[in-house]
Ligand binder design. Structure first.
Ligand code: MN
Length: 231
């Protein structure tokens, strides 16, 4: 087969313990999935989960022990960090029940849902799609994927983000409003999940702005941490 332009390369993420990589299919994100974050965004209570997507090539791979470069995006003066647990889907399916969800999970990683908050807020106000606030280039940093069997109990993990060595976000994955299994049930009712899908599960409270020169260090206990510098 030939192509009229050069095909895009397959985006992939390293996997701990193997040279084989995880090929990224789609990037799903869950909105407002920790109560204290929902509150800081001006909402209360448990609403049904809702989703948005990022383009696959928004991935910024952060290798273990490396400080990755995070380009400051255009059009914003309010670039926010959102530390998130990322679920990597190994087996696809639709209408997956929460009780079966874990058999569809390949592994877990630490990720950042970088957000042009000023643009997102403007789109919200106008009732327009969030794409320009959420789905920009380099908006989906992610560390290596730990296979589920080696990750321990991520549902009991601590999740945190430091900027220049100072705590900005610190919470527990157990505080997810919609837990991992419930999220997969809801998501797979709306889209047929495919091997290679990533799910950014939502961020706890403490989201705030970063500027050029800042160093971000994200952790989920039991997984490989990520470090990036905004440039
Ligand atoms: Mn998020």
């Amino acid at each position: 087969m030939s192509f009229v332009v050069t095909p895009a390369p397959q985006i992939s993420v390293p996997v701990l313990g193997t040279e084989a990589r995880f090929p990224v299919h789609r990037i799903y994100c869950v909105g407002r999935n920790y109560e204290e974050h929902a509150k800081e965004m001006g909402f209360t209570g448990r609403e049904p989960p809702f989703f948005f997507l990022k383009p696959t090539d928004a991935v910024v791979v952060v290798n273990p022990g490396q400080t990755a470069s995070l380009p400051y995006p255009t059009l914003t003066a309010n670039l926010h960090h959102e530390i998130e647990l990322v679920v990597a889907i190994g087996t696809g399916g639709k209408n997956i029940k929460a009780a079966d969800a874990h058999s569809h999970i390949f592994g877990y990683a630490v990720g950042l849902d970088m957000t042009r908050r000023d643009l997102q807020n403007e789109m919200k106000k106008q009732g327009r799609p969030w794409c320009i606030g959420k789905a920009f280039d380099h908006s989906a940093p992610i560390g290596p994927i730990t296979p589920a069997a080696q990750a321990g109990d991520v549902t009991a993990a601590e999740i945190a983000l430091q900027v220049n060595g100072q705590d900005r976000q610190r919470s527990q994955v157990s505080k997810l409003i919609w837990n991992i299994a419930e999220t997969i049930e809801h998501l797979s009712a709306a889209w047929e999940l495919q091997p290679g899908d990533l799910i950014y599960t939502g961020t706890p409270e403490g989201v705030a702005a970063v500027v050029a020169g800042d160093t971000l260090h994200g952790t989920v206990s039991g997984l490989t941490p990520i470090t990036l510098q905004v440039r």
